[in-house]
Write a protein that binds this ligand. Structure first.
Ligand code: SF4
Length: 493
């Protein structure tokens, strides 16, 4: 089996989910599995020996690397064009779990939701099937009976898999070649209970689940046997009921002379406590990123991020008192109902921070709103590119005047991300054409002309709540009715 990561080795070696799923299959006795990356030059396993190919699909644009891999290895892109003797090819990950439709013709089957455990089950079924000379379609029929497995053409409705976190998953490989070199990454919790209206990370992983404290500590100790760099992962890490205890545990070790470097994936402003920030600073974390998402309290209410200006000031005070010299704020532009006043609030907030906390550095990173399937904002289209560019330029100009650094993601790329996010089966030929045209921005434009695809329909249009959506095939709790209610509640705030 090849397990493909659509990016360079360095990223793969810092990708917790990919490495853990690889480990599970590798540890099961009867499989010979090899990791393959976009920059892999030669493989240990010969192409003709491969029976199964799994792929991680985390970002919308991963399809380009996936097609490169298929082309390099001489596999047809569409499952129906591949031979009976070709391996079965499947994928999993957030893109697939939230909306597999644009890729339904590409993969033989897909894993919807948490892949742990079920990856070994599917590999075993396929192995057993091949040993008994079953053909591909019989094997796929069997796979379609497993919860969480979506087999295009057979499955009509699939429940997303939601694992109980009985075990702490961690990166089983440490490498200097990793993007985070020699860093032992472990998952403390999965999901985020805040349910911001646009946030796939939250809605795809409800309910939030925590790993037991003891299990986390044992896993940290396992990591510390091999490295002094630890990274704790989770979308709402400070929500762990024992997060402060975990920090204290690490801090005590540092105070005892152990040279531990610890970092966390993200913090929420309202969970910033002196204990937590102190531990992080002691453990070598130099920069903190805080997602405030929007400048005005009104817009933050709309997106369900009920964060007050006072809480932001308090967070800065804590950061300062712990010896940090600056904070990077993360925000989004083009959110539903956003007006010029909301943008002005970002500038006003920055002015106030600058005046109140002289010498304290702040910077901003913005992305543009992309409607994601299975979120309350899935019905809302994006603003057009021109209007987003005007907004980005306004912020650049005003924040530069204050000496504040700002970066803004490309509205053009974000547009095509939205096209894919809300895509349907019609986009399969489109993405193949994009790849054939070179996979750059111009290729997306050219492909829509060649195939007469109205990309605005996917990215810009507002959808009616009654509309049947391509991803309705996926049953994700709390379900569509809840999303409609939540969407109406938020947008009218
Ligand atoms: S706080 Fe962050 S992770 Fe949680 S729902 Fe909001 S954007 Fe998503």
């Amino acid at each position: 089996m090849w397990f493909f990561f659509p990016g360079p080795e360095s990223f793969a070696l810092s990708s917790l989910g990919y490495l853990w799923l690889y480990k599970e299959i590798d540890m099961a006795d009867s499989f010979d599995i090899e990791r393959v990356y976009s920059d892999t030059k030669t493989t240990r396993l010969m192409r003709d020996r491969i029976n199964l190919i799994g792929m991680s699909f985390t970002f919308d644009m991963d399809f380009i690397a996936i097609f490169h891999f298929l082309e390099r290895n001489k596999y047809n892109f569409k499952a129906k064009d591949r031979k009976e003797s070709d391996p079965l090819i499947f994928a999993g990950g957030p893109v697939i779990s939230s909306n597999p439709k644009p890729y339904a013709e590409i993969f033989d089957f897909m894993i919807i939701g948490d892949g742990e455990g079920v990856n070994v089950t599917v590999a075993s079924i396929i192995k057993e099937g091949l040993e008994n000379n079953k053909n591909k379609s019989d094997i796929l029929k069997e796979l379609s009976k497993i919860e969480g497995i979506y087999v295009p053409g057979i499955t009509t409705k699939v429940n997303k898999l939601t694992k109980k976190l009985t075990q702490c998953i961690y990166t089983p490989i440490l490498s200097t070649n990793a993007f985070f070199p020699n860093t032992f990454i472990l998952e403390v919790e999965r999901g985020c209970s805040n349910r911001c209206g646009f946030c796939l990370a939250s809605y795809l992983n409800l309910p939030i689940r925590f790993v037991d404290y003891e299990e986390i500590i044992n896993t940290i100790e396992l990591g510390l046997k091999h490295t002094n760099k630890i990274a704790l992962l989770g979308a709402q890490i400070t929500a762990h009921p024992k997060f402060t205890d975990i920090c204290k545990y690490i801090e005590a070790k540092i105070d005892n002379g152990e040279e531990i470097e610890m970092s966390v994936s993200s913090l929420r402003v309202d969970s910033f406590t002196p204990e937590i920030v102190n531990t992080l600073v002691k453990a070598g974390q130099k920069n903190l990123t805080l997602a405030i998402e929007a400048g005005s309290e009104r817009l933050r209410r709309v997106i369900n991020k009920n964060l007050t200006e006072e809480q932001i000031y308090k967070a800065i005070e804590i950061a300062k008192s712990c010896g940090l010299h600056g904070i990077k704020f993360y925000g989004m532009i083009g959110l539903p109902t956003e007006t010029q006043e909301d943008l002005e609030e970002i500038v006003n907030l920055s002015k106030k921070i600058k005046a109140k906390y002289k010498g304290f550095e702040i910077s901003f990173g913005f992305s543009t709103f992309v409607p994601k399937p299975n979120t309350p904002f899935q019905w809302f289209g994006r603003e057009n590119e021109k209007s987003l560019e005007t907004k980005a330029n306004y912020l650049r100009k005003e924040l530069h005047k204050l000496g504040i650094q700002i970066s803004v993601s490309s509205a053009k790329w974000d547009y095509y991300q939205a096209v894919l996010s809300r895509g349907d089966e019609k986009l399969t030929d489109y993405i193949i054409e994009v790849f054939n045209q070179g996979g750059k921005l111009g290729a997306f434009r050219k492909a829509s002309k060649t195939l007469n695809i109205n990309t605005d329909y996917y990215a810009i249009e507002n959808y009616q709540y009654e509309k049947v959506l391509p991803w309705d095939t996926i049953d994700i709790r709390p379900g569509k009715e809840f999303l409609i209610e939540e969407s109406k509640r938020l947008i009218n705030r």
